[in-house]
Ligand binder design. Sequence first.
Ligand SMILES: *Cc1c(COP(=O)(O)O)cnc(C)c1O
Length: 365
Amino acid sequence: METSALDRFTVEHSAHRVPDDKRAEMLAAPGFGKYLTDHMVTIRYSAAEGWHDAKIGPRQDFSLNPSTMVLHYAGEIFEGMKAYPMPDGGGALFRPQENARRFNASAERLAMAKLPEDLFVDAVRELVRIDRDWIPTGGEASLYMRPFMIGTEIAIGNHPSDSFLFAVIASPVGSYFKGGVSGVSVWVSENYTRAAPGGTGAAKCGGNYAAALAAQKEGAQQGCEQVLFLDAVERRWVEELAGMNVFFVFDDGSIQTPPLTGTILPGITRNSLIALARDQGMTVREEPYAIDQWRDDVASGRLVEVFACGTAAVVAPIAQLKGRDFDISIGDGGMGPVTAQLRKALTDIQFGRADDPHGWVDRVF
Ligand SMILES: *Cc1c(COP(=O)(O)O)cnc(C)c1O
């Protein structure tokens, strides 16, 4: 046992680390979320003690009483972020304070305890540091960091949990889409919506993902890789995919993305791309976009590119839009020039290949 430099975490190195040659094999073809690193962070919360017992230790299974609240009432929130390999051999996070802030916004919405933002960031940084050998290099591989929190009160009665477990695990990842960055096909969900006004659409909670799976399955039956959700009230306005925001590129060079009205997850990738597009002098509108307009604009040639974005997949072109009575192609099935340019601007900063004028890169080591 040793105490970390931060004096906040007790550190126990794993006695069963994956051997170097085995790890190298895993890092050569990491897939997405297939392997986990040697260590994990855990921090506990109780009403009496507040946040306590912060640990970095060997990754291990949880043991939960069967009446633990999360197992019944879905009190779970999470974040998704990446540690990027730097050209000089170091590692860096991208805007981790934004994840910390959003994590607390999710906590508030689900009546869970808030974690001090610097403790959140330190937890992620410490795990990156101890498992730094797990950051893949080459291509656009990175170490995916998954902070999450569950309600751990042992009670079948439904009320806000009085205790919580915060944890961070990490997984080396290659490209999110198996086929590389070619265009994805999207099913427009008519039978299901993702988020209603006043609901949890802006919170990053497992429940949102659970509720999107039936639509995802329906889309898969239609041969589509992703599902596009429309607003729950008029069933007309484009919101987002199950786990990615969407952008539209027009023939006049302007771009548009739906506004954050509470039913859309405020993506950090979304926010960063808006800033980068504006840096490049592009006009960016955060305005509602109707699904009928999308179809008309493809037909007229006004809409030239569409892409989805999020930490996991970065920027992925949408090449096909399919619904109950339509099936349309956008572009030539690959990545359009504006999508490619924005994607490059973002990944060049994330991987330390370009200047970082906004101060987004957070060097860990
Ligand atoms: C996480 C997430 C996104 C993307 O957010 P980033 O911060 O860019 O990774 C978009 N939509 C949903 C529903 C999400 O859960």
